[in-house]
Design a protein around this ligand. Sequence first.
Ligand SMILES: Nc1ncnc2c1ncn2[C@@H]1O[C@H](COP(=O)(O)OP(=O)(O)OP(=O)(O)O)[C@@H](O)[C@H]1O
Ligand SMILES: [Mg+2]
Length: 308
Amino acid sequence: MSRIYPIGGGKGGSGKSFVAANLGVLLAKSGKRVALVDLDLGGANLHTFLGLKNPSIGLNEFLNKTCTDLNAASVPTSINNLYLISSSNCPPEVSNLFYAQKLKIIRAIGKLPYEYILLDLGAGCSFNILDFFLTSKEGIFIFTPEPTSIENTFHFIKAVYSRKMNRIIKGEDFQKILQDIRSQSPDVVIRSPQQLFDLILSHDQEKGDVLKEYLNQFDFKLILNQFRKHTDGTIGKKIEKVCTRHFFSNFEFLGNIHYDERVHDAVSSRKVYMTKYAYSVTALDLQNIAERIIKDSTVPKVRSLGNQ
Ligand SMILES: Nc1ncnc2c1ncn2[C@@H]1O[C@H](COP(=O)(O)OP(=O)(O)OP(=O)(O)O)[C@@H](O)[C@H]1O
Ligand SMILES: [Mg+2]
């Protein structure tokens, strides 16, 4: 079965595409069959991090049915075992996908024949981005040490939770509890997923436990990118702790990735960073993270998987 890792984080420019491309390269170099899917529908540029010019086919051909299935819309890269499904040739209106198109993409991703599938998401908290992030239970949040980036990441995590909780609530007949909450406390304003969770738990322990079980199935990952010399080395672990405490799921900090000026050189010369600067500190950071992902995916999960 494929391991699907959506890569998001809310903030633009944090390095989602850079990390997706280079982790894809490392996983492929370790002998795994890997697909990178560019789901930044308004600003696709994953191909550039892989040193490719605009691929001739991609998501657009899947959506307009020129390609019969999503895999037929993939192109090989310069790295053995690594394939790209690009959205660089999608017309601008595709960034506002219809609901049916989004479902079609999500279902097709689930059927792709690869060991690892990495989804590069755009910035922001639109429903499309949140739903792509929730394609799997193992989303990766990328952030930088800047307070604005950390802030946006927390917003993004909250948005992911609200979206997920709303879906569970709809699917699991929570309407009665919500009505009770509203009738007993008409002035209550629900400001966060944690508050909603607490209200549900205090009104109906059994339903609260159902919700807890769904949320407990998530194994989110955190990566701090653009780590600089004077950055506090404990930030990642601190954020992992805060998230685990507040969001009723597992959060695992996978590591820091150092800032390297040469990323710019690699992108500008359309070279794959991992190939051009394979022995840099940043490359080593990426390698450590790729190894943790491989190790993690060989450990069987003990928690049961739900169907939400
Ligand atoms: N570790 C790093 N060291 C130096 N530069 C980096 C690093 N990671 C990313 N960059 C640079 O930062 C910029 C933003 O990276 P990238 O495009 O991957 O971000 P993104 O999160 O995908 O942005 P968007 O949300 O706009 O798609 C790029 O110019 C990239 O080359
Ligand atoms: Mg990007």
